[in-house]
Write a protein that binds this ligand. Structure first.
Ligand SMILES: [Zn+2]
Ligand SMILES: [Zn+2]
Length: 216
């Protein structure tokens, strides 16, 4: 059972959505207003950012959120808290207050934006202002995609998202990762998990997982 009783009474799921998704969306809008004319450099920046993000989200999850280290200890503890909330075998939250366990924690929103702005500044210093906004806005869109897919993976059963083909694949992909004997081994990708985990050799399907359990 998801420990809903642990959620503070003052928690507001819509405020959490607004701050985590809305802050990223605001930067995307700012990017749209600040880019004047997308040339080959800007489109290549967008393409490079997407390709980088596909493997970056996988690597951060695999190495920073699941491997003990002094530098990323805070991330590891937060992510373990997320896994613990769903350790009973249920990955669906009963209602939207359960987003407390799913979305980027309130305290991480500003650090995440700052962490994204640093490489964007380097891109901007090298390729110009347009590339800065192209890179930063793309990263923010990809974080929104990450958060949305993760939200869908933990959405209430009553939403029926498993009936949507693309989402069913993503939901099953992440559900395998949440099995305690899998979370150090497989399915670290989220928005692009099907791509990155297949290429990196860490993809385990729900069927493969069930077969491996039957053999042991
Ligand atoms: Zn999860
Ligand atoms: Zn994990």
């Amino acid at each position: 059972m998801v420990p809903m009783h642990e959620i503070p009474s003052r928690y507001s799921w819509w405020l959490h959505c607004l701050l985590s998704l809305g802050s990223c969306a605001a930067i995307v809008v700012a990017g749209a207003f600040n880019v004047s004319g997308m040339g080959p450099t800007e489109w290549l920046t967008v393409l490079g950012t997407v390709l980088f993000f596909i493997f970056f989200e996988n690597a951060v999850h695999r190495f920073a959120m699941h491997r003990p280290s002094k530098i990323f200890r805070h991330l590891l503890l937060q992510h373990r808290w997320h896994h613990d909330a769903f350790s009973g075998g249920q990955t669906a939250i009963p209602d939207l207050r359960g987003l407390h366990f799913v979305l980027i924690p309130f305290t991480n929103i500003v650090p995440v934006v700052i962490a994204c702005a640093v490489p964007a500044s380097l891109v901007g210093a090298t390729l110009g202002k347009n590339a800065f906004w192209a890179h930063l806005a793309t990263v923010m869109l990809l974080i929104i995609a990450y958060e949305t897919v993760h939200l869908c993976a933990h959405a209430p059963e009553s939403w029926g998202l498993r009936r949507v083909p693309f989402l069913r694949v993503a939901i099953e992909h992440h559900a395998v990762h949440h099995h305690p004997d899998m979370w150090m081994k497989a399915n670290f990708g989220m928005a692009f998990g099907e791509i990155s985990d297949r290429i990196l050799g860490t993809k385990v399907t729900a069927r493969q997982y069930e077969e491996s359990r039957c053999r042991t």
